[in-house]
Design a protein around this ligand. Structure first.
Ligand code: ATP
Length: 336
C-alpha cells in the first residue's frame, strides 16, 4: 500500500503551482507536506485525492495508476481544515455517511460507528448535531467519518489550524496515536513546523511549487540541505566560511568547507552555542527573551548578530561580555 508520485506538475493560467514533484510514501508512513503559504501543498494533496487533475506525471498507488480514477474509487479518507460536517446530520449519521452510500447493512454501520466513537473518544455524543460540538470534537468526528470506510490512505489538509493551541496539541497526539494504531499511510498538509516535527515520520519541505528536501524530522533539523530549510525549520545562524575562519576556526576543522565556499553557509542552531562570562570576551549579549525553561538572546559577535539559546538558569543580561564557543559536534553546510 504505497504511493508513488513521479514528475507531477500543475499550472494555473501559466503559473506553475507544482514543478516536477516526485515522492514516495511507504505503507505505514506519516508524511507531512510542510511549507509556507502558497507553496503548493494543498494543490498536491488535491491531486492525490483526485479532486484536481495534474497536467502531467504519474501517480501510482500499490502499483495501480490513479491518473483517471475518480476520487471515490480511490478509497482515500479526507479531512479538511473546515470540518465540513453535514450540519443537518447527527454525529452518528455523519460518521456513517460513507457506509450508507455504499449500502452497508444498518447493523454493520451501527457497529462500525460505535467502534469509531470509542476510537475518537466521544462515545456519548452520537446523537448531537455538529453545532452542539466544540471545534476539537467536530474535527474528531470529521476524522472518524474519513476512517469509517477503511481508507487505503488518509489525507489531512491543515486539520488542526482552526483549533486553539491547547486543543490543537491534544488533537496532534490523538491523530498520531490513531494513525499508529491503524497503520494507514497518512499525508498531512501543514505550514506549522512544530506540528510537522512532532507528527511526521517523513517531512516533505516545499517551497515555490518544488520539493526542497525530504527526510525525517531529525534530518531536516540537524542536516538541512538548503538555506530555505535551515530558515524555515527551527532557528538557525548561517555563517559564511570567512566569518567562521575569523571567529570560530575550530568549526572549520570539524566541518571543512565545500570547494566553492562562497556558495555555502554553515548552519549552526542556537542551542549549539555556549557562553562563558568573560569581561574580555569577543561578543556582547543583546536582547534577551525569557521563555520559561530557556533564554533566547541575540549575540553581537564580530560583524554578525547570532541567535543563542541557553538554559534559563544561566542568566545573562543585555550588555554582558561573553566568550562564545560553537559545539563542533553540530553544524552543517547549506547552499546559500
Ligand atoms: P496555504 O498554506 O496558504 O493553503 P498552499 O501551499 O496549500 O498554501 P496552494 O493552495 O497549493 O498553496 O496554492 C499554490 C499556488 O497555486 C498559490 O499561488 C495559489 O494562488 C495557486 N492556486 C491554487 N489553486 C488555484 C486555482 N484554482 N486557480 C489559480 N491559482 C491557484
Amino acid at each position: 500500500m504505497s504511493l508513488e508520485l513521479s514528475h507531477v506538475h500543475k499550472s494555473f493560467d501559466g503559473f506553475q503551482a507544482l514543478k516536477d514533484i516526485s515522492l514516495s510514501v511507504g505503507p505505514h508512513d506519516f508524511v507531512c507536506l510542510l511549507g509556507p503559504s502558497g507553496c503548493g501543498k494543498t494543490t498536491l494533496l488535491r491531486i492525490i485525492a483526485g479532486l484536481l487533475q495534474a497536467d502531467g506525471g504519474e501517480i501510482l498507488f500499490s502499483g495501480q495508476d490513479l491518473g483517471q480514477m475518480p476520487p471515490r474509487s480511490r478509497n482515500f479518507g479526507i479531512v479538511f481544515q473546515s470540518y465540513s460536517l453535514f450540519p443537518n446530520m447527527t454525529v452518528r449519521e455523519n460518521i456513517g455517511y460513507g457506509l450508507r452510500i455504499r449500502r452497508e447493512p444498518p447493523a454493520r454501520i451501527a457497529a462500525r460507528v460505535d467502534e469509531l466513537l470509542q476510537l475518537i473518544r466521544i462515545p456519548d455524543m452520537a446523537e448531537r448535531f455538529p453545532w452542539q460540538l466544540s471545534g476539537g470534537q467536530q474535527q474528531r468526528v470529521a476524522l472518524a467519518r474519513a476512517l469509517a470506510v477503511n481508507p487505503r490512505l488518509i489525507l489531512l489538509d491543515e486539520p488542526l489550524s482552526a483549533l486553539d493551541a491547547r486543543v490543537r496539541n491534544e488533537m496532534r497526539h490523538e491523530i498520531r496515536e490513531v494513525q499508529r494504531r491503524l497503520k494507514i499511510p497518512t499525508i498531512m498538509v501543514t505550514h506549522d513546523q512544530e506540528e510537522a516535527l512532532m507528527l511526521a515520520d517523513t517531512i516533505v519541505c516545499m517551497n515555490n511549487g518544488a520539493i526542497e528536501q525530504v527526510g525525517s524530522p531529525w534530518q531536516l533539523y540537524h542536516e538541512p540541505g538548503t538555506r530555505f530549510v535551515a530558515d524555515f525549520i527551527g532557528l538557525s545562524n548561517l555563517l559564511s566560511a570567512d566569518w567562521t575562519r575569523r571567529h570560530a576556526p575550530e568549526m572549520l576543522a570539524a566541518h571543512p568547507p565545500p570547494a566553492d565556499e562562497s556558495r555555502w553557509l554553515l548552519c549552526v542552531r542556537p542551542e549549539h552555542i555556549r557562553l562563558a562570562a568573560d569581561a574580555n570576551g569577543p561578543a556582547t549579549v543583546g536582547a534577551v527573551t525569557f521563555l520559561g525553561n530557556l533564554c533566547r538572546m541575540t549575540l553581537r559577535w564580530g560583524d554578525m548578530d547570532l541567535r543563542v539559546e541557553q538554559h534559563a538558569a544561566s542568566a545573562y543580561r543585555e550588555g554582558d561580555r561573553v566568550r562564545p564557543t560553537i559545539d563542533p559536534a553540530h553544524g552543517c553546510w547549506v547552499t546559500a
